[in-house]
Design a protein around this ligand. Structure first.
Ligand code: ADP
Length: 315
């Protein structure tokens, strides 16, 4: 049976500096988009990966839709707004250090959850919905409540809801609001995929087990706590599993480490892989991504030691 995953959030235009001063390369990125990109490479070609967002009606928005389509990501549920356009960020390099400037305050993606019927239409018949704390952060409070309500209905109807808290205090008016909304989002989710350093910083968790326990208490049944190069932890239906990722030499850029890890884990689990093997596969995916510059790359799938067949996937 064909399965469908719906990733919900914001894709932005990325301007990345090139070698010659003043030269920038235009690309696209965003946390949930990064996960959609890697899910598309890791799931069987018979599965659909859709992106749910809103963009403008201008040429830049057309370009983003073309990019998604070319990547094999479904755009049927991308809404078009005549009065807005897509968000943008620019990377500056100074003495080897990267800094980011954002123009996303009025982006079209902020309107993605204004219509319950559009959300239901996108989720109808899907197996999995994936969203993040950044998805929540960019929405007005009514829209947050609407999205969580429709995700709860999707879950009640048998869909799997997956949430990465991706804590970004700068996107929120108040830290307390962020912490409250993150727990509300976890409460409608089956699977939560936090990163321990963020969770320790903002929730004060003493160790990864405390992070997992907090999200299980909120209502999740499977919590994967990522931990950089340190041991990852999964709490699944009460069982706790630890796996330390293999050391990665030549780490170039950790952008999208967590997003690609999530895709690796979800693709493995949806193919019936055990928790421990899925952690290992997810870490292998993230390891490839952090050895390359930028968020999005073509994975070397032949180099991944995976425990299931990539049905129909081209090598
Ligand atoms: P995030 O990008 O969300 O902060 P993490 O930094 O925890 O997430 O990284 C996600 C995953 O990427 C880790 O679980 C691990 O598998 C891999 N990873 C990240 N940094 C390293 C590293 N320095 N060495 C090995 N693996 C890493």
């Amino acid at each position: 049976m064909t399965d469908r995953v719906v990733c919900i959030g914001e894709c932005m235009v990325e301007m990345a500096p090139q070698t010659a001063p003043g030269d920038y390369r235009m690309g696209y990125a965003g946390d949930t988009l990064n996960t959609a990109w890697y899910l598309r490479q890791l799931l069987p070609v018979t599965d659909d990966v859709d992106y749910l967002t809103a963009v403008g009606q201008d040429a830049v928005s057309d370009g983003m839709i073309r990019f998604l389509t070319d990547a094999g990501i479904g755009t049927t549920h991308v809404m078009r707004r005549s009065d807005r356009t897509v968000g943008l960020y620019l990377i500056q390099l100074a003495q080897g250090e990267r800094s980011f400037s954002y123009w996303r305050g009025q982006s079209a993606a902020r309107t993605l959850a204004q219509d319950a019927k559009a959300l239901d239409a996108a989720l109808s018949g899907a197996a999995m919905a994936y969203f993040s704390g950044i998805t929540m952060a960019i929405l007005a409070s009514d829209d947050r409540a609407r999205l969580l309500d429709r995700l709860a209905a999707f879950r009640a109807g048998g869909g799997q809801v997956v949430f990465d808290p991706n804590l970004r205090p700068r996107l929120w008016d108040a830290t307390d609001t962020m912490l409250q909304v993150i727990i509300q989002a976890a409460a409608v989710s089956d699977t939560v995929l936090p990163s321990f350093d963020d969770e320790a910083a903002w929730f004060g968790d003493v160790d990864p087990l405390a992070t997992a326990a907090r999200y299980v208490a909120a209502g999740a049944t499977e919590v994967v706590v990522k931990n950089g190069a340190g041991p990852m932890l999964v709490q699944c239906h009460g069982d706790v599993t630890h796996v330390t990722p293999a050391p990665v030499s030549n780490v170039v850029d950790t952008t999208a480490a967590g997003d690609s890890f999530n895709a690796g884990y979800l693709a493995a689990r949806s193919g019936g892989t055990s928790v421990a093997a899925a952690l290992d596969e997810a870490a292998q995916v993230a390891a490839q991504v952090i050895r390359a510059r930028g968020a999005l790359m073509s994975l070397d799938r032949k180099a991944l030691r995976i425990s299931r067949s990539l049905i129909g996937a081209s090598a």
